[in-house]
Design a protein around this ligand. Structure first.
Ligand code: ADP
Length: 467
Protein backbone atom coordinates (compact mmCIF):
# COMPACT_ATOMS: atom_id res chain seq x y z
CA UNK A 1 0.00 0.00 0.00
CA UNK A 2 1.38 3.39 -1.01
CA UNK A 3 0.68 6.59 0.85
CA UNK A 4 -2.60 8.25 0.09
CA UNK A 5 -2.07 11.65 -1.50
CA UNK A 6 -5.11 13.78 -0.86
CA UNK A 7 -5.81 16.19 -3.64
CA UNK A 8 -6.45 19.74 -2.40
CA UNK A 9 -10.12 20.71 -2.24
CA UNK A 10 -11.47 22.62 -5.19
CA UNK A 11 -13.02 26.05 -5.47
CA UNK A 12 -15.73 25.87 -8.13
CA UNK A 13 -17.78 28.84 -9.33
CA UNK A 14 -20.88 28.18 -11.41
CA UNK A 15 -21.95 31.01 -13.65
CA UNK A 16 -25.52 30.42 -14.74
CA UNK A 17 -28.83 32.12 -15.47
CA UNK A 18 -31.03 29.45 -13.85
CA UNK A 19 -30.98 27.93 -10.40
CA UNK A 20 -33.63 25.87 -8.62
CA UNK A 21 -35.77 26.85 -6.86
CA UNK A 22 -35.28 30.63 -7.11
CA UNK A 23 -35.03 30.98 -10.89
CA UNK A 24 -35.60 27.59 -12.44
CA UNK A 25 -37.00 27.19 -15.90
CA UNK A 26 -35.94 23.63 -16.70
CA UNK A 27 -33.42 20.96 -15.90
CA UNK A 28 -30.47 23.35 -16.10
CA UNK A 29 -31.68 25.07 -12.95
CA UNK A 30 -31.93 21.75 -11.13
CA UNK A 31 -28.43 20.73 -12.19
CA UNK A 32 -26.76 23.89 -10.92
CA UNK A 33 -28.26 23.45 -7.47
CA UNK A 34 -27.94 19.73 -7.02
CA UNK A 35 -24.55 19.25 -8.68
CA UNK A 36 -23.28 22.21 -6.66
CA UNK A 37 -24.56 20.73 -3.43
CA UNK A 38 -23.23 17.25 -4.19
CA UNK A 39 -19.74 18.59 -4.96
CA UNK A 40 -19.79 20.79 -1.87
CA UNK A 41 -20.73 17.77 0.23
CA UNK A 42 -17.49 16.13 -0.88
CA UNK A 43 -15.59 18.92 0.88
CA UNK A 44 -15.12 21.39 -1.95
CA UNK A 45 -16.10 25.07 -2.05
CA UNK A 46 -18.90 25.86 -4.48
CA UNK A 47 -20.31 29.29 -5.30
CA UNK A 48 -22.93 30.35 -7.82
CA UNK A 49 -23.09 33.64 -9.71
CA UNK A 50 -26.50 34.54 -11.13
CA UNK A 51 -28.20 37.61 -12.53
CA UNK A 52 -30.34 39.38 -9.96
CA UNK A 53 -33.77 39.15 -11.51
CA UNK A 54 -36.28 41.72 -10.38
CA UNK A 55 -38.72 38.94 -9.46
CA UNK A 56 -36.31 37.93 -6.67
CA UNK A 57 -37.98 40.69 -4.66
CA UNK A 58 -41.02 38.48 -4.26
CA UNK A 59 -39.07 35.38 -3.27
CA UNK A 60 -39.53 34.31 0.35
CA UNK A 61 -36.29 32.32 0.05
CA UNK A 62 -34.24 35.44 -0.55
CA UNK A 63 -35.28 37.48 2.46
CA UNK A 64 -31.78 37.31 3.91
CA UNK A 65 -30.05 38.79 0.87
CA UNK A 66 -27.20 41.15 1.76
CA UNK A 67 -25.15 43.74 -0.01
CA UNK A 68 -21.79 42.43 -1.22
CA UNK A 69 -20.13 45.01 -3.47
CA UNK A 70 -20.64 47.43 -6.34
CA UNK A 71 -18.61 48.65 -9.30
CA UNK A 72 -18.91 50.57 -12.54
CA UNK A 73 -18.86 48.36 -15.58
CA UNK A 74 -19.96 48.55 -19.20
CA UNK A 75 -21.43 52.00 -18.81
CA UNK A 76 -23.58 51.19 -15.81
CA UNK A 77 -23.39 50.63 -12.10
CA UNK A 78 -23.37 46.96 -11.12
CA UNK A 79 -24.52 45.90 -7.65
CA UNK A 80 -23.76 42.48 -6.25
CA UNK A 81 -25.72 40.99 -3.40
CA UNK A 82 -25.45 37.59 -1.72
CA UNK A 83 -27.60 34.98 -0.08
CA UNK A 84 -27.43 31.28 0.77
CA UNK A 85 -29.75 29.20 -1.38
CA UNK A 86 -30.16 25.49 -0.63
CA UNK A 87 -26.88 25.62 1.28
CA UNK A 88 -24.94 27.22 -1.57
CA UNK A 89 -23.36 30.67 -1.45
CA UNK A 90 -24.92 32.67 -4.28
CA UNK A 91 -23.98 36.05 -5.71
CA UNK A 92 -26.53 38.08 -7.61
CA UNK A 93 -25.20 40.47 -10.25
CA UNK A 94 -27.47 43.43 -10.84
CA UNK A 95 -26.72 45.97 -13.52
CA UNK A 96 -28.70 49.12 -12.82
CA UNK A 97 -30.01 49.35 -16.36
CA UNK A 98 -33.19 47.33 -16.11
CA UNK A 99 -31.70 44.37 -17.97
CA UNK A 100 -33.13 41.76 -15.61
CA UNK A 101 -36.50 43.30 -14.86
CA UNK A 102 -38.39 40.60 -16.79
CA UNK A 103 -38.46 36.79 -16.65
CA UNK A 104 -35.33 34.64 -17.02
CA UNK A 105 -35.82 34.32 -20.76
CA UNK A 106 -37.35 37.53 -21.97
CA UNK A 107 -37.09 37.44 -25.74
CA UNK A 108 -35.05 39.01 -28.47
CA UNK A 109 -32.29 40.67 -26.54
CA UNK A 110 -31.52 37.68 -24.31
CA UNK A 111 -28.19 37.20 -26.06
CA UNK A 112 -27.14 40.72 -25.24
CA UNK A 113 -28.41 40.55 -21.65
CA UNK A 114 -26.64 37.29 -20.90
CA UNK A 115 -23.38 38.29 -22.58
CA UNK A 116 -23.36 41.35 -20.38
CA UNK A 117 -24.06 39.17 -17.36
CA UNK A 118 -21.17 36.81 -18.24
CA UNK A 119 -18.69 39.66 -18.38
CA UNK A 120 -20.08 41.32 -15.26
CA UNK A 121 -19.76 37.99 -13.42
CA UNK A 122 -16.09 37.70 -14.42
CA UNK A 123 -15.58 41.33 -13.46
CA UNK A 124 -17.05 40.56 -10.04
CA UNK A 125 -14.63 37.66 -9.55
CA UNK A 126 -11.69 39.84 -10.61
CA UNK A 127 -12.64 42.77 -8.40
CA UNK A 128 -13.18 40.66 -5.33
CA UNK A 129 -9.84 38.92 -5.78
CA UNK A 130 -11.33 35.48 -6.24
CA UNK A 131 -9.21 32.83 -7.97
CA UNK A 132 -11.42 29.78 -8.28
CA UNK A 133 -9.95 26.60 -9.72
CA UNK A 134 -12.93 26.06 -11.98
CA UNK A 135 -15.45 28.25 -13.76
CA UNK A 136 -18.37 26.06 -14.70
CA UNK A 137 -20.70 27.64 -17.24
CA UNK A 138 -23.90 26.31 -18.75
CA UNK A 139 -25.55 26.32 -22.18
CA UNK A 140 -25.63 29.19 -24.68
CA UNK A 141 -26.65 31.70 -22.02
CA UNK A 142 -23.30 31.60 -20.20
CA UNK A 143 -21.23 30.20 -23.05
CA UNK A 144 -19.62 33.62 -23.37
CA UNK A 145 -17.83 33.11 -20.05
CA UNK A 146 -15.36 30.75 -21.75
CA UNK A 147 -14.27 33.12 -24.49
CA UNK A 148 -14.45 36.24 -22.40
CA UNK A 149 -12.35 34.71 -19.63
CA UNK A 150 -9.52 33.61 -21.90
CA UNK A 151 -9.56 36.77 -24.02
CA UNK A 152 -10.23 39.50 -21.50
CA UNK A 153 -9.48 38.28 -17.98
CA UNK A 154 -6.90 35.52 -17.90
CA UNK A 155 -3.97 37.85 -18.63
CA UNK A 156 -5.37 40.65 -16.51
CA UNK A 157 -5.48 39.37 -12.98
CA UNK A 158 -8.11 36.62 -12.92
CA UNK A 159 -5.57 34.03 -13.98
CA UNK A 160 -6.18 30.80 -12.19
CA UNK A 161 -9.47 29.28 -13.32
CA UNK A 162 -9.89 26.61 -15.93
CA UNK A 163 -13.23 26.46 -17.70
CA UNK A 164 -15.75 23.64 -17.80
CA UNK A 165 -18.74 24.11 -20.03
CA UNK A 166 -21.87 21.99 -19.93
CA UNK A 167 -24.33 21.65 -22.79
CA UNK A 168 -27.79 20.95 -21.42
CA UNK A 169 -29.52 21.30 -24.76
CA UNK A 170 -27.87 21.41 -28.18
CA UNK A 171 -30.95 22.92 -29.75
CA UNK A 172 -30.23 26.53 -28.91
CA UNK A 173 -27.37 28.74 -30.07
CA UNK A 174 -25.14 26.16 -31.76
CA UNK A 175 -22.58 28.77 -32.75
CA UNK A 176 -22.13 29.94 -29.18
CA UNK A 177 -21.92 26.37 -27.94
CA UNK A 178 -19.20 25.63 -30.47
CA UNK A 179 -17.23 28.69 -29.41
CA UNK A 180 -17.45 27.73 -25.74
CA UNK A 181 -16.40 24.17 -26.63
CA UNK A 182 -13.32 25.65 -28.28
CA UNK A 183 -12.41 27.89 -25.32
CA UNK A 184 -13.14 25.49 -22.48
CA UNK A 185 -10.63 22.96 -21.16
CA UNK A 186 -13.27 20.24 -21.13
CA UNK A 187 -16.91 20.34 -21.97
CA UNK A 188 -19.67 18.00 -21.10
CA UNK A 189 -23.17 17.13 -21.96
CA UNK A 190 -25.68 15.62 -19.63
CA UNK A 191 -25.66 11.98 -20.69
CA UNK A 192 -23.31 9.62 -22.56
CA UNK A 193 -25.87 8.83 -25.27
CA UNK A 194 -26.53 12.51 -25.93
CA UNK A 195 -22.76 13.11 -26.17
CA UNK A 196 -22.66 10.43 -28.81
CA UNK A 197 -25.67 11.93 -30.61
CA UNK A 198 -24.25 15.49 -30.79
CA UNK A 199 -20.61 14.54 -31.39
CA UNK A 200 -20.94 14.85 -35.14
CA UNK A 201 -22.62 18.27 -35.10
CA UNK A 202 -20.46 20.78 -37.00
CA UNK A 203 -20.29 23.04 -33.94
CA UNK A 204 -19.03 20.19 -31.75
CA UNK A 205 -17.01 17.93 -34.05
CA UNK A 206 -13.78 20.00 -34.09
CA UNK A 207 -13.53 19.74 -30.29
CA UNK A 208 -15.15 16.38 -29.72
CA UNK A 209 -11.98 15.08 -28.05
CA UNK A 210 -12.73 17.35 -25.08
CA UNK A 211 -16.35 16.19 -24.79
CA UNK A 212 -17.60 13.87 -22.09
CA UNK A 213 -21.12 12.73 -21.23
CA UNK A 214 -22.01 12.73 -17.54
CA UNK A 215 -25.60 11.89 -16.81
CA UNK A 216 -27.45 14.15 -14.46
CA UNK A 217 -28.69 12.95 -11.12
CA UNK A 218 -31.63 14.05 -9.04
CA UNK A 219 -31.49 15.68 -5.65
CA UNK A 220 -32.70 12.86 -3.43
CA UNK A 221 -33.36 15.22 -0.49
CA UNK A 222 -35.71 17.39 -2.51
CA UNK A 223 -37.23 14.34 -4.20
CA UNK A 224 -37.84 12.03 -1.27
CA UNK A 225 -41.23 10.32 -0.96
CA UNK A 226 -40.48 9.51 2.66
CA UNK A 227 -40.25 13.15 3.81
CA UNK A 228 -42.08 14.94 1.00
CA UNK A 229 -44.33 17.58 2.55
CA UNK A 230 -46.56 17.64 -0.52
CA UNK A 231 -47.72 14.04 -0.01
CA UNK A 232 -50.54 12.87 2.26
CA UNK A 233 -48.49 9.88 3.41
CA UNK A 234 -44.72 9.45 3.32
CA UNK A 235 -43.48 6.14 1.94
CA UNK A 236 -40.42 4.14 0.97
CA UNK A 237 -39.94 1.08 -1.20
CA UNK A 238 -41.39 -1.20 1.49
CA UNK A 239 -44.55 0.92 1.72
CA UNK A 240 -44.89 1.75 -1.94
CA UNK A 241 -48.38 0.33 -2.36
CA UNK A 242 -49.92 2.15 0.60
CA UNK A 243 -48.04 5.40 -0.04
CA UNK A 244 -49.02 5.57 -3.67
CA UNK A 245 -52.63 4.68 -2.89
CA UNK A 246 -52.87 7.62 -0.50
CA UNK A 247 -51.33 9.98 -3.04
CA UNK A 248 -53.65 8.67 -5.74
CA UNK A 249 -56.73 9.28 -3.62
CA UNK A 250 -55.57 12.80 -2.86
CA UNK A 251 -54.77 13.60 -6.50
CA UNK A 252 -58.09 12.22 -7.74
CA UNK A 253 -59.93 14.32 -5.22
CA UNK A 254 -57.98 17.43 -6.05
CA UNK A 255 -58.40 17.09 -9.81
CA UNK A 256 -61.99 15.83 -9.68
CA UNK A 257 -61.16 12.46 -11.18
CA UNK A 258 -63.43 9.59 -10.37
CA UNK A 259 -62.13 7.28 -7.69
CA UNK A 260 -64.37 4.49 -8.92
CA UNK A 261 -62.81 1.39 -10.51
CA UNK A 262 -59.37 -0.13 -10.79
CA UNK A 263 -57.72 2.35 -13.11
CA UNK A 264 -54.04 2.75 -13.80
CA UNK A 265 -52.99 6.38 -13.50
CA UNK A 266 -50.77 7.66 -16.29
CA UNK A 267 -49.02 11.01 -15.85
CA UNK A 268 -47.08 13.55 -17.88
CA UNK A 269 -45.09 16.37 -16.26
CA UNK A 270 -43.44 18.33 -19.00
CA UNK A 271 -42.84 21.50 -20.90
CA UNK A 272 -45.12 21.13 -23.88
CA UNK A 273 -42.78 21.66 -26.80
CA UNK A 274 -42.08 19.62 -29.92
CA UNK A 275 -38.93 18.28 -28.23
CA UNK A 276 -41.09 16.57 -25.64
CA UNK A 277 -43.09 14.66 -28.25
CA UNK A 278 -46.36 16.55 -27.89
CA UNK A 279 -48.05 14.47 -30.59
CA UNK A 280 -47.25 11.32 -28.63
CA UNK A 281 -48.36 12.89 -25.36
CA UNK A 282 -51.72 13.57 -27.02
CA UNK A 283 -51.91 10.02 -28.30
CA UNK A 284 -51.06 8.58 -24.89
CA UNK A 285 -54.06 10.39 -23.46
CA UNK A 286 -56.27 8.68 -26.00
CA UNK A 287 -54.66 5.27 -25.44
CA UNK A 288 -54.90 5.53 -21.66
CA UNK A 289 -58.60 6.34 -21.69
CA UNK A 290 -59.20 3.73 -24.39
CA UNK A 291 -57.72 1.10 -22.10
CA UNK A 292 -59.67 2.13 -19.06
CA UNK A 293 -57.01 4.19 -17.32
CA UNK A 294 -56.81 7.75 -16.06
CA UNK A 295 -54.62 10.46 -17.50
CA UNK A 296 -53.07 13.49 -15.78
CA UNK A 297 -51.09 16.16 -17.51
CA UNK A 298 -49.14 18.97 -15.84
CA UNK A 299 -47.40 21.26 -18.27
CA UNK A 300 -47.60 24.40 -20.27
CA UNK A 301 -46.87 25.34 -23.83
CA UNK A 302 -44.93 28.50 -24.64
CA UNK A 303 -46.17 28.17 -28.23
CA UNK A 304 -49.85 29.22 -28.52
CA UNK A 305 -50.42 26.82 -31.40
CA UNK A 306 -49.37 23.83 -29.30
CA UNK A 307 -51.32 25.18 -26.36
CA UNK A 308 -54.49 25.33 -28.44
CA UNK A 309 -53.98 21.69 -29.48
CA UNK A 310 -53.89 20.77 -25.82
CA UNK A 311 -56.91 22.94 -25.07
CA UNK A 312 -58.71 20.86 -27.66
CA UNK A 313 -57.51 17.64 -26.08
CA UNK A 314 -58.81 18.86 -22.75
CA UNK A 315 -62.21 19.69 -24.26
CA UNK A 316 -62.37 16.25 -25.73
CA UNK A 317 -61.11 14.05 -22.89
CA UNK A 318 -61.11 16.21 -19.76
CA UNK A 319 -63.50 15.02 -17.05
CA UNK A 320 -63.82 11.97 -14.83
CA UNK A 321 -60.79 10.23 -16.26
CA UNK A 322 -58.47 12.93 -17.54
CA UNK A 323 -57.18 16.11 -15.94
CA UNK A 324 -55.14 18.85 -17.58
CA UNK A 325 -53.24 21.43 -15.53
CA UNK A 326 -51.67 24.05 -17.76
CA UNK A 327 -49.36 25.60 -15.20
CA UNK A 328 -45.97 25.30 -13.62
CA UNK A 329 -46.77 23.83 -10.23
CA UNK A 330 -43.93 22.26 -8.27
CA UNK A 331 -46.05 20.97 -5.34
CA UNK A 332 -48.55 19.39 -7.70
CA UNK A 333 -45.73 17.74 -9.64
CA UNK A 334 -44.65 15.92 -6.46
CA UNK A 335 -48.15 14.60 -5.89
CA UNK A 336 -48.41 13.45 -9.50
CA UNK A 337 -45.14 11.51 -9.37
CA UNK A 338 -46.32 9.85 -6.17
CA UNK A 339 -49.83 9.10 -7.40
CA UNK A 340 -49.08 7.79 -10.88
CA UNK A 341 -48.44 4.20 -11.86
CA UNK A 342 -46.82 5.21 -15.13
CA UNK A 343 -45.01 8.40 -16.12
CA UNK A 344 -44.65 9.01 -19.81
CA UNK A 345 -41.61 10.73 -21.39
CA UNK A 346 -41.87 10.32 -25.18
CA UNK A 347 -39.26 12.95 -26.15
CA UNK A 348 -38.06 13.34 -29.73
CA UNK A 349 -34.65 14.05 -28.23
CA UNK A 350 -33.67 14.29 -24.57
CA UNK A 351 -30.22 15.44 -23.39
CA UNK A 352 -30.76 13.73 -20.03
CA UNK A 353 -34.24 14.19 -18.64
CA UNK A 354 -34.94 14.35 -14.93
CA UNK A 355 -38.60 13.38 -15.07
CA UNK A 356 -37.97 9.66 -15.54
CA UNK A 357 -35.53 9.55 -12.61
CA UNK A 358 -37.87 11.47 -10.32
CA UNK A 359 -40.64 9.12 -11.37
CA UNK A 360 -38.59 6.08 -10.33
CA UNK A 361 -37.77 7.64 -6.98
CA UNK A 362 -41.53 7.81 -6.37
CA UNK A 363 -42.22 4.30 -7.66
CA UNK A 364 -43.85 5.43 -10.90
CA UNK A 365 -42.77 3.31 -13.86
CA UNK A 366 -41.30 5.28 -16.76
CA UNK A 367 -42.53 4.75 -20.30
CA UNK A 368 -40.00 6.50 -22.52
CA UNK A 369 -38.73 6.92 -26.02
CA UNK A 370 -35.26 5.47 -26.33
CA UNK A 371 -33.15 8.58 -26.95
CA UNK A 372 -30.32 10.46 -25.21
CA UNK A 373 -30.42 10.31 -21.44
CA UNK A 374 -33.67 8.35 -21.49
CA UNK A 375 -31.76 5.53 -23.13
CA UNK A 376 -29.01 5.75 -20.50
CA UNK A 377 -31.38 5.56 -17.55
CA UNK A 378 -34.33 3.42 -18.61
CA UNK A 379 -33.90 -0.25 -19.41
CA UNK A 380 -36.87 -2.01 -20.91
CA UNK A 381 -38.16 -4.92 -18.84
CA UNK A 382 -38.49 -7.12 -21.93
CA UNK A 383 -35.59 -6.01 -24.09
CA UNK A 384 -32.75 -4.57 -22.03
CA UNK A 385 -31.88 -7.10 -19.32
CA UNK A 386 -28.25 -7.45 -20.36
CA UNK A 387 -27.70 -3.75 -20.89
CA UNK A 388 -29.30 -3.00 -17.51
CA UNK A 389 -27.06 -5.48 -15.72
CA UNK A 390 -23.99 -3.94 -17.33
CA UNK A 391 -24.92 -0.29 -16.79
CA UNK A 392 -26.39 -0.62 -13.33
CA UNK A 393 -23.64 -2.64 -11.74
CA UNK A 394 -23.03 -1.18 -8.30
CA UNK A 395 -25.88 1.32 -8.67
CA UNK A 396 -28.55 -0.47 -6.73
CA UNK A 397 -28.76 -0.53 -2.99
CA UNK A 398 -28.65 -4.30 -2.92
CA UNK A 399 -25.59 -6.20 -4.03
CA UNK A 400 -26.80 -9.59 -5.17
CA UNK A 401 -25.46 -10.77 -8.48
CA UNK A 402 -27.87 -11.36 -11.29
CA UNK A 403 -30.62 -9.15 -9.90
CA UNK A 404 -32.84 -7.84 -12.65
CA UNK A 405 -32.07 -4.12 -13.02
CA UNK A 406 -34.59 -3.29 -15.75
CA UNK A 407 -36.84 -0.44 -14.76
CA UNK A 408 -39.35 0.62 -17.40
CA UNK A 409 -40.83 0.38 -20.86
CA UNK A 410 -39.33 1.95 -23.94
CA UNK A 411 -39.89 2.33 -27.66
CA UNK A 412 -37.86 3.62 -30.57
CA UNK A 413 -40.02 5.10 -33.32
CA UNK A 414 -41.78 8.45 -33.38
CA UNK A 415 -45.30 7.43 -34.40
CA UNK A 416 -48.38 6.41 -32.42
CA UNK A 417 -47.78 2.71 -33.08
CA UNK A 418 -44.30 2.91 -31.59
CA UNK A 419 -45.67 4.47 -28.42
CA UNK A 420 -48.47 1.91 -28.24
CA UNK A 421 -45.90 -0.87 -28.25
CA UNK A 422 -44.56 0.37 -24.91
CA UNK A 423 -47.82 1.70 -23.46
CA UNK A 424 -49.74 -1.49 -24.09
CA UNK A 425 -47.09 -3.66 -22.47
CA UNK A 426 -47.02 -1.35 -19.46
CA UNK A 427 -50.80 -1.34 -19.11
CA UNK A 428 -50.97 -5.11 -19.64
CA UNK A 429 -48.47 -5.56 -16.84
CA UNK A 430 -50.58 -3.37 -14.58
CA UNK A 431 -53.82 -5.19 -15.36
CA UNK A 432 -52.55 -8.76 -15.63
CA UNK A 433 -49.89 -9.17 -12.99
CA UNK A 434 -50.30 -6.68 -10.20
CA UNK A 435 -47.87 -8.45 -7.95
CA UNK A 436 -45.13 -8.26 -10.55
CA UNK A 437 -45.98 -4.62 -11.18
CA UNK A 438 -45.65 -3.77 -7.48
CA UNK A 439 -42.34 -5.62 -7.43
CA UNK A 440 -41.16 -3.47 -10.31
CA UNK A 441 -42.26 -0.32 -8.49
CA UNK A 442 -40.31 -1.36 -5.44
CA UNK A 443 -37.26 -2.19 -7.54
CA UNK A 444 -37.10 1.16 -9.32
CA UNK A 445 -37.38 2.97 -5.98
CA UNK A 446 -34.24 1.24 -4.77
CA UNK A 447 -32.09 2.23 -7.73
CA UNK A 448 -29.62 5.03 -7.15
CA UNK A 449 -30.26 8.08 -9.38
CA UNK A 450 -28.71 10.52 -6.96
CA UNK A 451 -25.81 12.84 -7.75
CA UNK A 452 -23.32 10.67 -5.86
CA UNK A 453 -21.79 9.01 -8.87
CA UNK A 454 -22.15 11.86 -11.38
CA UNK A 455 -20.73 14.39 -8.89
CA UNK A 456 -17.64 12.23 -8.54
CA UNK A 457 -17.33 12.12 -12.32
CA UNK A 458 -17.45 15.91 -12.41
CA UNK A 459 -14.88 16.22 -9.63
CA UNK A 460 -12.51 13.96 -11.58
CA UNK A 461 -13.17 16.09 -14.63
CA UNK A 462 -12.46 19.31 -12.72
CA UNK A 463 -9.09 17.93 -11.59
CA UNK A 464 -8.27 16.73 -15.09
CA UNK A 465 -9.07 20.20 -16.49
CA UNK A 466 -6.44 21.66 -14.13
CA UNK A 467 -3.64 19.42 -15.33
P1 ADP B 1 -36.35 20.05 -19.42
O1 ADP B 1 -35.19 20.62 -18.67
O2 ADP B 1 -36.08 19.83 -20.87
O3 ADP B 1 -37.62 20.78 -19.18
P2 ADP B 1 -36.06 17.76 -17.61
O4 ADP B 1 -36.74 16.44 -17.59
O5 ADP B 1 -34.58 17.75 -17.61
O6 ADP B 1 -36.64 18.56 -18.87
O7 ADP B 1 -36.52 18.62 -16.35
C1 ADP B 1 -37.84 18.94 -16.16
C2 ADP B 1 -38.04 19.38 -14.73
O8 ADP B 1 -39.07 20.35 -14.67
C3 ADP B 1 -38.49 18.24 -13.83
O9 ADP B 1 -38.05 18.52 -12.50
C4 ADP B 1 -40.03 18.36 -13.92
O10 ADP B 1 -40.66 17.79 -12.78
C5 ADP B 1 -40.19 19.84 -13.96
N1 ADP B 1 -41.41 20.32 -14.64
C6 ADP B 1 -41.66 20.34 -15.97
N2 ADP B 1 -42.87 20.89 -16.22
C7 ADP B 1 -43.39 21.22 -15.02
C8 ADP B 1 -44.62 21.84 -14.59
N3 ADP B 1 -45.53 22.24 -15.48
N4 ADP B 1 -44.81 22.03 -13.27
C9 ADP B 1 -43.89 21.64 -12.37
N5 ADP B 1 -42.72 21.06 -12.71
C10 ADP B 1 -42.46 20.86 -14.00
Amino acid sequence: QGSVVEEPPLHVVHIAVEMAPICKVGGLGDVVTSLGRAVQEQGHTVEVVLPRYNFFQQSPLLGGTQYETEFDFGGTKVFVSTCMVEGLRCFFVEPRNGMFDGPVYAGNNDGQRFDFFCKAALEFLLRTGRQPDILHCHDWSTADVARSYWQDYHQYGLWKPRVIFTIHNMDFGAQKLGEAAFFSQKFTTVSPSYAWEIGGHPAIAPNVGKLMGVRNGIDIDIWDPETDKYLPLGYNAQKVVEGKAAARAELRKRLNLTSWGDKPLVGVVSRLTKQKGTHLIAHSCFRTIDRGGQFVLLGSAPDPKIQSEFDELKNRYGGDNAAFCFAFDEPLSHLIYAACDLILVPSMFEPCGLTQMIAMRYGAIPVVRQTGGLRDTIFDVDNDKARAAWEMEGSTTWQEDGVDATNGFSFEGTDDGALDYAMNRALDAYYNDRQWFHGLQKRVMLQDWSWNKPANDYIQLYYSAME
